[in-house]
Design a binder for this molecule. Structure first.
Ligand code: ASP
Length: 339
């Protein structure tokens, strides 16, 4: 029997840490070490292990994930498992989902408990990820699923998965949609397929992103009575600050404090500015509330409507649109499809 060829690409993260002399966990393990810790893998797949980097995911860059997407597109394998840190998995998996053009399973996994702790989850997550990559339903629906995250025996769509807790073992969830499948015993039990139309429509326009250059996007998460000093600085000194786009984590269905409404409008005139729900996800309103700082006025003022995407995902999408060279109206169309 020929086993499926699964490439493991290790980036670093808690799953790849080892204790130093003081007991502090440091980046250390490579892909071979991760594979060696899970002997059951040998019976499941023809594993190819590649260490891409040894960094915490909080320090990964857009350029590194673009290089990873290129690497994945060049691989002659039946499935890919990326191991990394949990901190930015919700962003890196979505970026890969926007960039990678393949019809094989592409899975991202990680660990919350480091290898020095009792019952670390890294080996189990790696085994689960490889099982998922080899599963017939997953293979048959690889395009329909897009890039997925596998954590704690659940499978999540990259466009929805969020890290919802900093330390808990069950730190991942898709609050809007729930998991796509569960892993029970050694079986994948399908639960649903993701709504891919907005992601597919975006992907069609993002072809140029892989050749593009870094496009910094600021994320401004508005709280009660935000005075807007940072907005003033962005409006007055845009060129010195270097940002090419902004995502505003707005209140409720798409509102900002009245004292900053006109500044937000000025910002939208000079730089693509996306409104995204600070509640974490869910469609925004479009035509319910009047007044200078609610959705009707902000949309009229030229704010791009972010739809149901979490602000972190909206930031990834805006970066990628800018990197692909899309102009303001094309960016607005891309986001519009997300509701
Ligand atoms: N800071 C680590 C990282 O993201 C945390 C983790 O892996 O869970 O790389």
């Amino acid at each position: 029997m020929t086993l499926p060829r699964i490439q493991i690409l290790a980036l670093g993260g808690t799953i790849a840490t080892a204790p130093d002399a003081s007991g502090a966990m440091q980046m250390g393990l490579g892909a071979d070490d991760l594979v060696a810790a899970v002997p059951l893998l040998a019976g499941l797949a023809d594993i190819r292990a590649e260490t891409v980097s040894r960094v915490g995911s909080h320090s990964l860059s857009f350029d590194q994930i673009h290089a990873l997407a290129n690497r994945i597109m060049g691989l002659d394998v039946d499935g890919v498992v990326v191991t990394q840190g949990t901190d930015t998995l919700e962003e890196t998996s979505f970026l890969l989902d926007l960039l990678v053009e393949r019809d094989i399973p592409v899975i991202v996994t990680a660990a919350m408990r480091n290898p020095a702790l009792t019952s670390p989850d890294g080996p189990g997550n790696l085994l689960a990820a490889v099982r998922v990559a080899c599963d017939p339903w997953v293979k048959a629906h690889a395009k329909a699923l897009g890039v997925v995250a596998v954590m704690l025996d659940e499978i999540y769509a990259a466009s929805d998965v969020l890290k919802i807790h900093p330390t808990r073992l069950n730190a991942f969830a898709s609050p809007q949609t729930g998991p796509l499948a569960a892993l029970v015993e050694d079986r994948v039990v399908p639960l649903s397929l993701p709504v891919r139309a907005p992601v597919e429509a975006a992907r069609k326009r993002l072809g140029g992103a892989l050749e593009g250059r870094e496009q910094p996007v600021a994320l401004l998460w508005f709280g009660l009575d935000e005075p807007g000093y940072i907005l003033e600085a962005m409006v007055d000194h845009r060129d010195q600050l270097g940002y090419r786009g902004v995502v505003v984590g707005a209140m409720g269905g798409g509102h900002v404090p009245e004292r900053v409404a006109s500044l937000v409008g000025q910002l939208a005139e000079i730089i693509p500015t996306v409104v995204s729900p600070r509640a974490g996800g869910g469609p925004l309103l479009r035509q319910t509330y009047g007044g200078p700082s609610s959705e009707i006025a902000l949309r009229k003022a030229g704010l791009i409507w972010g739809g149901r995407l979490n602000p972190l995902k909206a930031r990834v999408l805006l970066q990628t649109c800018l990197r692909a060279g899309l102009d303001r109206s094309a960016i607005a169309e891309v986001f519009e499809a997300f509701g």
